[in-house]
Design a protein around this ligand. Structure first.
Ligand code: SF4
Length: 153
């Protein structure tokens, strides 16, 4: 397996950074175990790094803005988090990221649709979009097999 650092949403590493104070731990996945053992994962929660507290009011993307369920615009925090995620990628020469499915920051290709009703639409979260624009390939936790194949070659 290629030994290069990979960015990962820190909620996937079991850190309690989700809007509700929980996490989305996938550290028991064999591929993630392998990456952890080799010390190849660099974790970040863009929303927390951008300055938002945990717990926080959930946010969805509406007209390219990060709006919380109380109607407040949190786009600047989201953009700051994306900037920090990109800086980490640059620092570690990262080309691949594993980011949480459907999140308004981390989601890739599919995100919540802005109605706070657990429905989805095509689109990228704010961090996923910035990373892609800078040539970083983004995989969700549902696509670990794809990344594993790339790293095996
Ligand atoms: Fe997880 Fe990303 Fe949401 Fe932070 S912003 S809780 S890392 S999905």
């Amino acid at each position: 397996m290629k030994k290069e650092k990979i960015l990962i949403s820190s909620c996937l590493l079991g850190e309690n950074v989700k809007y509700d104070g929980g996490n989305n731990d996938i550290t028991q996945e064999p591929f993630i175990q392998k990456l952890l053992k080799e010390d190849l994962l660099v974790g970040i929660c863009p929303e927390v790094e951008g300055g938002l507290p945990t717990p926080r009011i959930p946010v969805e993307i509406i007209n390219n803005k990060a709006i919380n369920q109380a109607g407040e615009d949190k786009t600047l925090f989201f953009k700051e988090g994306a900037k920090k995620a990109l800086a980490l990628c640059e620092e570690h020469h990262i080309k691949y990221a594993i980011l949480k499915f459907r999140s308004p920051s981390c989601g890739s290709n599919v995100i919540y649709d802005g109605t706070f009703s657990h429905t989805f639409r095509q689109g990228d979260g704010i961090t996923a979009k910035v990373l892609k624009e800078h040539g970083i390939e983004v995989f969700s936790e549902k696509e670990l097999d794809k990344l594993e194949k790339i790293l095996a070659n």
